[in-house]
Design a protein around this ligand. Structure first.
Ligand code: SF4
Length: 670
């Protein structure tokens, strides 16, 4: 049977999904997307597809890729989404479709337990706290039973735990073939399984990190897969830029000098003047740092444009390079005698290569800048990933009819999906927009309060807190406040906590106070019948990827329009590049970015066909500025509330039992 026919049968009313998957029903949009994916799988080429909330995009790409029988790489934005695909969606579909395929999960090295480092972690002086030792004991006991060594399996181990670097490895400290644990190594096992699997689930960070250092196995996998699917593709460019960027700090140079003095004395005493070589590098690094000694600012960002300005920079950088050349010559004579010296030689060569990069003229599609704290950091980044995709990623499938799918719920503001097509170098790709099946005008309303402080006003956060409290008191919690800055998040959280002090009424949850998973679980439980309810105040990562279906969330308050701060050097360089082409940076860069972020944030409100809710945007610019109309147009077509009285009535409406129906399904992808 042709793939398109198998796909139609799988999604049909009497297909394997119907009647087995809870709350499943055939949807036109889902089938349309699945057929487009099937077509690109059969014919090769690129498909960029935006699938609105509720289309069921995960199944729409998984069903055809699984049925195709082709070797597939799937990349998503976060490790949590990777776990969801690998642990829930793929096994369920594989079973329903009766396909005995081998699926593997591959994360970055730091996600896996390093058995060798775990053994020495107990002796580490940083582990003097009782709680850290107890956590280490938990990891040790888990290590005896785990099949994967994936540290995400360890209960209550926070991703930011200081213990993690002590029990995982880096490229620099992994002993490789010389490791006594190499046979049982979890990193090696995960890579072996990925190389043997039919479907491999990775994340965008790993994908781009591997393009640079080629050490996690993705670069080896890529030539052998027939299709690559990038889910959450709206994040691809920003994540890619972050990983394709390079940086060199005076701290790295000082650490090199320190290690050279110690390792040289220990393993090759008397064979080279190690202390002098180290001192020379340290002095050259100090001179580089001292270039800013008079600066009164803690952090300074400046374009490194020395070719044009005749700055002293090249002289200072060349002095560092000469120090590195001298120590490399000395290491070259003794490196064979000890693995530690070999590792040092490799590090010094990498530092030299980085330095040479910063000595070269800046490429046209790049930006370079400095950051000054206790050390000086030199950074260089491409403006987008288009060149890397065109020269290093997409050609990897030449001659093999490779298929590429890029998908997300929000990919752009125009039919051509140009923001993702242009930034990712996907010219010539087929584009498709599948609208959400939700009736937003019936299910949701948008309110922009007019009698409100301006976004820059000192009273703004207090007014946002008062409005959120008003709503939460009517709804019994069920309120999420999304802020554009951490500062606003804290001041809104503080204002709410103060207002509710001494009242056994609503709980205020603020991002950062507990791990994200715990905060979300607490918020959902607080909304259950008989509980007091909660208001969640969050920023950054809560703007996307979180799912609160049903009446758990009924009021979403966004404090300000999410324009990116103008001091971001990459964004500044993108603005300049656009202006050099005679285009408005506001119109072509800042406004589309804000529209996308606003849509992502607003997308938290309605997750199911039975959901009802109100979105409040506490920013007068949305109703008063000309560009506000464009931003409203980017939002789903919600009905408008024009006054405080209409807002109050809409809140009351949400408390009626008929509008607080339970969700039609849990947060599942169909
Ligand atoms: S090979 Fe590397 S990652 Fe694996 S256990 Fe040894 S040191 Fe750790």
């Amino acid at each position: 049977m042709a793939l398109s026919a198998s796909v139609a049968a799988a999604f049909g009313p009497s297909g394997p999904l119907a009647g087995v998957v809870e709350a499943y029903r055939p949807r036109e949009g889902q089938l349309q997307m699945a057929q487009a994916v099937a077509e690109v799988l059969e014919q090769g080429g690129m498909l960029v597809v935006e699938a609105g909330t509720g289309v069921g995009k995960t199944y729409a790409y998984l069903v055809p890729t699984l049925l195709s029988g082709k070797r597939v790489l799937i990349s998503t934005a976060t490790k949590a989404l990777q776990d969801q695909l690998f642990g829930r969606d793929i096994p369920q579909l594989r079973q329903l479709l009766g396909l005995p395929l081998r699926v593997a999960l591959l994360k970055g090295r730091s996600s896996y337990l390093c058995l060798n480092r775990m053994e020495s972690a107990r002796q580490d002086w940083r582990l003097d706290e009782r709680s850290a030792l107890a956590q280490l004991a938990r990891i040790e006991s888990w290590s005896h039973g785990t099949q994967t060594g994936d540290l995400a399996e360890v209960d209550a181990l926070d991703q930011g735990s200081p213990l993690l670097p002590l029990v995982s490895s880096t490229r620099d400290n992994c002993l490789g073939a010389r490791c006594p644990q190499v046979q049982s190594c979890f990193v090696n096992r995960a890579r072996r399984e990925a190389l043997a699997a039919d479907m491999v689930v990775i994340n965008h960070h790993l994908f781009f990190a591997d393009l640079n250092v080629r050490e996690s196995g993705v670069a080896e996998l890529l030539p052998s897969v027939h299709a690559v699917v990038f889910d959450e593709a709206h994040q691809l460019n920003e994540i890619g830029v972050q990983f394709l960027g390079r940086q060199l700090s005076t701290g790295q140079l000082s650490a090199m000098a320190r290690d050279l003095a110690l390792t040289g004395q220990e393993h090759a005493r008397g064979l080279a003047p190690w202390s002098e070589l180290a001192a020379r590098l340290e002095q050259a690094a100090d001179a580089l740092r001292a270039r800013f000694a008079q600066s009164e600012r803690i952090e300074r960002i400046e374009r490194m444009d020395w070719q044009a300005t005749g700055e002293r920079w090249p002289v200072l950088l060349q002095a560092v390079e000469q120090a590195l050349v001298a120590l490399l010559a000395a290491l070259g004579l003794v490196a064979e005698t000890a693995p530690e010296l070999q590792l040092l030689q490799g590090r010094a060569s990498e530092l030299r290569a980085l330095l040479q990069l910063f000595l070269q003229p800046l490429p046209l599609d790049g930006v370079r800048w400095l950051e000054l704290g206790r050390q000086l950091r030199m950074l260089q980044s491409p403006l987008d990933v288009s060149q890397a995709m065109q020269t290093r990623v997409l050609p990897s499938g030449q001659g093999t009819k490779r298929s590429w799918v890029f998908t997300s719920a929000t990919l752009g503001h125009d039919e051509k999906l140009s923001s993702v097509v242009d930034s990712c170098g996907l010219a010539g790709a087929r584009t498709l927009r599948v609208p959400s099946p939700f009736d937003y005008a019936k299910q949701s309303a948008l309110y922009v309060p007019t009698d409100f402080p301006k976004p820059g006003d000192g009273a703004h956060s207090a007014a946002v807190a008062a409005l959120a409290l008003q709503g939460a008191q009517v709804l019994g919690g069920r309120t999420l406040v999304l802020t554009t800055t951490l500062r606003a998040m804290r001041s809104i959280g503080d204002a709410l906590a103060l207002a509710l002090q001494g009242l056994d009424e609503l709980e205020v949850l603020v991002q950062g106070a507990r791990p994200k998973r715990e905060i979300l679980a607490r918020f959902l439980q607080a909304g259950e019948a008989g509980r007091g309810g909660a208001i969640l105040v969050a920023s950054a990562t809560f703007w996307e990827g979180i799912d609160m279906p049903g009446d758990a969330l009924q009021l979403l308050v966004i404090d300000k329009l999410p324009f990116t701060p103008p001091d971001d050097p990459v964004l500044q360089a993108r603005s300049k590049a656009l202006e050099a082409q005679g285009k408005s940076a506001f119109k072509h860069l800042h406004l589309p970015r804000a529209a996308l972020a606003l849509r992502q944030g607003a997308g938290r409100l309605i997750r199911r066909e039975s959901d009802q809710g109100v979105l409040v945007v506490c920013d007068l610019r949305l109703s008063q500025m000309g560009y506000g109309r464009q931003l409203v147009a980017a939002l789903p077509a919600m009905r408008r509330l024009d006054s405080a009285a209409e807002f109050a009535a809409a809140l009351q409406e949400l408390t009626r039992p008929s509008t607080t129906a339970q969700p039609s399904s849990s947060s599942l992808p169909w």
